[in-house]
Write a protein that binds this ligand. Structure first.
Ligand SMILES: Nc1ncnc2c1ncn2[C@@H]1O[C@H](COP(=O)(O)OP(=O)(O)O)[C@@H](O)[C@H]1O
Ligand SMILES: [Mg+2]
Length: 352
């Protein structure tokens, strides 16, 4: 489901014209200045600016917020920004919990805390994440991974605004703003019975879907500059900058790993580059070219070519926003051939 009134297509000419985009961004002015005044924003794209305005409004309430989007799009960053806006410098706690990373058997004790002697090994009482976040924000990441038994308990905690430590008799009040996040389609999880419908409605009061980076290319160079400035601070003030070709390379890349991938690409380039001027090779050598390491592992030529083809098709499809006809035309092959190749490689449009 597309929730944004303005899809990427509305502000990026189709098919993607990198030169025009570079020009557009240059005329916007801001991204070419060193990251500074817009330091704490989320980006230049209409989509992220709309989210930022929304956060400003949400900060005044303590409603539950659900943030969805692919891995690396900045869901936690958005949650932290909401907290910072609501907090206004009062230094209240922000507690982030990855529900998928905690074994099911420990989740209740981790979230709600436990009393001394509640179970073997509970030699001392402990506060759970809800208590630690009291007065502030509890960020429940990958909430779709929560086992059904915990889903019931979470629902109760949200409804009654109380929690009960494991091994305790009485519940007590906690005052937290709950922000949940997931890269999964929660609605689908509800349909397939993996996620409780009542909990879904409870946490899905305000929904912020974060678009993938390839759908908001105006943010790419803006983010890249922030990361360059960070690296500059870390590495004795070296004035890192992108060459024009490097900028074009960044804009053309589909960024399947989103902002996380961009951040790592910049970090790596700053570490590896011999000059402050970052070249496309330093930046995208690894990102754009399938690693040659396969050859060292005895990969056959045929296997390597297959891998290159798959990657190239994925990038081409992503650049054409997964329009089969346009992609086939750009690649100089028929639609049928493209379909067959997609089938052979198991390529499918990523879920939104
Ligand atoms: N607006 C932003 N400005 C700077 N860095 C960002 C921004 N959004 C995300 N990041 C960085 O990108 C990486 C991935 O963001 P994160 O919030 O963890 O994504 P997600 O939770 O969706 O997987 C983190 O290192 C984060 O600091
Ligand atoms: Mg995350």
């Amino acid at each position: 489901m597309r929730c944004w009134p303005c899809s990427a297509a509305a502000y990026v000419a189709k098919p993607l014209d990198v030169d025009a985009l570079v020009q557009r961004i240059r005329t916007l002015g801001r991204p070419l200045e060193p990251a500074g005044e817009a330091e704490d924003g989320l980006g230049l794209s209409p989509a992220m600016q709309a989210i930022d305005r929304m956060l400003g409004r949400l900060a005044a309430s303590d409603g539950t917020v659900l943030i969805t989007g692919e891995s690396g799009v900045g869901k936690e960053q958005v949650a932290r920004r909401l907290h910072a806006l609501a907090d206004g410098g009062r230094a209240r706690p922000f507690v982030a919990v990855n529900c998928g990373a905690i074994p099911d058997t420990l989740l209740e004790a981790e979230l709600f805390g436990f009393e001394k002697g509640a179970f073997t090994g509970a030699i001392k009482e402990r506060r759970g994440y809800f208590e630690q976040a009291d007065g502030g924000t509890l960020f429940l990441d990958e909430v779709g991974d929560m086992p059904p038994a915990m889903q019931v308990k979470l629902l109760r905690a949200i409804q009654e605004r109380t929690i009960t430590r494991v091994g305790a008799e009485n519940p007590f009040k906690v005052d937290v703003r709950l922000v949940c996040a997931t890269h999964e389609d929660l609605h689908r999880l509800v349909e397939t019975g993996r996620f409780r419908e009542d909990l879904y409605y409870r946490i899905n009061v305000i929904h912020l879907p974060i678009p993938p980076l390839r759908e908001r290319r105006e943010d790419i160079l803006w983010l890249a500059r922030r990361f360059l400035a960070e690296q500059s601070d870390k590495r004795g003030g070296t004035p890192f900058a992108l060459s024009a070709t490097a900028e074009r390379g960044l804009l053309a890349h589909p960024w399947p790993g989103n902002i996380r991938e961009l951040k790592h690409a910049i970090e790596r380039a700053c570490i590896l580059s011999e000059r402050p001027q970052i070249s496309p090779e330093a930046l995208l050598g690894e990102v754009l070219q399938p690693a040659l390491s396969g050859a060292l592992d005895g990969e056959t030529l045929a296997g390597h070519l297959e891998r290159c083809e798959k990657r190239y098709l994925e990038q081409a499809l992503s650049l054409q926003q997964w329009r089969i006809g346009d992609t086939a035309e750009a690649l100089g092959i028929s639609r049928k051939t493209l379909w067959e190749k997609m089938k052979k490689h198991g390529i499918a449009e990523p879920a939104r």
